[in-house]
Design a protein around this ligand. Sequence first.
Ligand code: ATP
Ligand code: MG
Length: 281
Amino acid sequence: MDLGWTDIQIRRLKELNAATDELQTDFRGEHGRNRAFQVLEKQLVRKERERLNTFLDNQLRPRLCTLESHLITALNREGFTQVTTPTIISQNDLSRMSIDKKHPFNDQIYWIDSRRCLRPMLAPSLYRLMKDLARIRTRRAVRIFEIGSCFRKETSGARHASEFTMLNLVEMRMPMEDRKARIEALAGVIMKAAGINAYCLMGESSEVYDETIDIVCGSKKLEVASCAMGPHPLDDAWEIVDTWVGLGFGLERLLMTREGNRSIGKWCRSTSYVDGIRLNL
Ligand code: ATP
Ligand code: MG
């Protein structure tokens, strides 16, 4: 009977960035398989050690940070200004996003105490800024973005992390009929800066926004971003009256897509991986 790798072997080979064809091999018997595993593991460990040395001596920055720099440059070029808002937000801001104790999303929130939590998204703080910037800069376009950690309790693993890096950009005051085209154009700017050519936009239902336009990649349709537009029912709570479009990207999902990796863990903030290299080498 032909045998494949055991689950433990597969996990180890994936950690070591084995290629897809290396994961699919069949063997005649256990002995041959286990010997082949030892040989392959040794080769992969050697390769990963070389990659680690290159990272430490020459590359010097993780791809997560380089991606962030490329995105900032591309957005500045498009006239977007970077902002930084707090990682800890109030329950009041969440409830203005319609997320109250009964909302399904409430179970995913990391509460610090009864009134404050780690932000699960950047939108509440950007809504606050949009309101003030729109008031102060009458009739002019407002374009802002933030990149920062967000926190969610998740149940599924390979594409979800409890801490991930979100890019959220918002543009206000375009003609109503231009909003969809603007989302498409901005999606193009970000995907180009991220080095990803193949993606598509599709309509999706959302717990917070009702409906979003999602950017998905690959045969498994990995969601890398969700986009929304206003006027939107949530706008009232923030006293927003203008048109807007907003796009929210997960940077680790962009890296997963571009680098062809199967699991998000390699790209997250971690003490087990640096720049996608597992440290138990
Ligand atoms: P999913 O349906 O994949 O759980 P979502 O629709 O809940 O994602 P959004 O609220 O739309 O996520 O967040 C915007 C983007 O942030 C997502 O498109 C994704 O790229 C990223 N993202 C969301 N949750 C996570 C997570 N737990 N880990 C990593 N990235 C995430
Ligand atoms: Mg989404």
